[in-house]
Design a protein around this ligand. Structure first.
Ligand SMILES: Nc1nc2c(ncn2[C@@H]2O[C@H](COP(=O)(O)OP(=O)(O)OP(=O)(O)O)[C@@H](O)[C@H]2O)c(=O)[nH]1
Ligand SMILES: [Zn+2]
Length: 225
């Protein structure tokens, strides 16, 4: 593909995120290679990038970088692309009949912006109202982390977390708010270190103003965003 065309595609993609579905754009052959094969290939790709930039890959400090980056992509920051690694969302019967809202707040999020491959760092706040099932608290943190370990846009990640919990808990009454800093905005481009991005998804009862207000009061965010 000519460089002009690639640049045009990237420009168009900049606005295209609003049209993507809640699934990450993965090809159907995404898991035909083993993780070891992916690491070996990415190692070569990163080597090529550094070589193109003129780096001396015989230097002691950076000779291990391509392999390090490859392992980090496959086994750490993009490991959540693999459905096999989806956390088991163990649920229990709500025998004690707790009928109020449960909020798991200030869940740390480390994700990666799919447009620049730079970090997204922030907090997720998740809430649900039980319809008979309750979920282990840590499972909410694990579900957030699973969807964060992908090349992401914040809107999609917020919706994926809600959909996963709705399924696990068998209720639409689930909500998620994420407040995160995008290093692609903070450290390059517009370089606005102060700004952060808030996204929300309010399912079922959380669409009602009073229920939503209660959730936002727990996490101390106002509705003016
Ligand atoms: N909606 C949304 N946009 C994002 C997210 N992460 C990054 N972006 C934006 O994606 C856009 C990509 O736009 P482009 O114009 O193709 O990229 P760019 O030329 O590097 O843009 P600048 O960052 O403005 O320099 C940027 O405005 C980013 O801020 C996200 O999670 N959600
Ligand atoms: Zn970005």
């Amino acid at each position: 593909m000519k460089i002009d065309n690639i640049e045009k595609e990237i420009d168009e993609m900049g606005d295209a995120h609003v049209f993507t579905s809640t699934d990450n754009p993965l090809r159907s052959d995404a898991f035909e290679l083993t993780n070891a094969e992916k690491v070996a290939l990415i190692n070569e790709d990163v080597k090529r990038i550094l070589e193109t930039l003129g780096m001396d890959l015989t230097d002691d400090s950076i000779k291990g970088t391509p392999q390090r980056v490859a392992k980090m992509f496959v086994n750490e920051i993009f490991a959540g692309l693999d459905p096999k690694l989806k956390p088991k969302a163990s649920t229990f019967e709500n025998k004690y009949k707790y009928g109020e809202m449960l909020v798991e707040k200030n869940i740390t999020i480390y994700s990666t912006c799919e447009h620049h491959l730079l970090p997204i760092v922030g907090r997720a706040h998740v809430a649900y109202i039980s319809k008979g099932k309750v979920i282990g608290l840590s499972k909410m943190n694990r579900i957030v982390d699973y969807f964060a370990r992908r090349p992401q846009v914040q809107e999609r990640m917020t919706m994926q977390i809600v959909q996963e919990l709705q399924q696990a808990l068998g209720t639409p009454d689930v909500a998620c708010v994420i407040d995160a800093k995008h290093l692609c905005v903070n450290s390059r481009g517009i370089k606005d270190i102060e700004s952060s991005t808030v996204t929300s998804e309010f399912g079922g009862a959380f669409k009602e103003a009073a229920v939503r207000r209660e959730f936002l009061d727990y996490i101390k965010l106002d509705t003016s965003f």
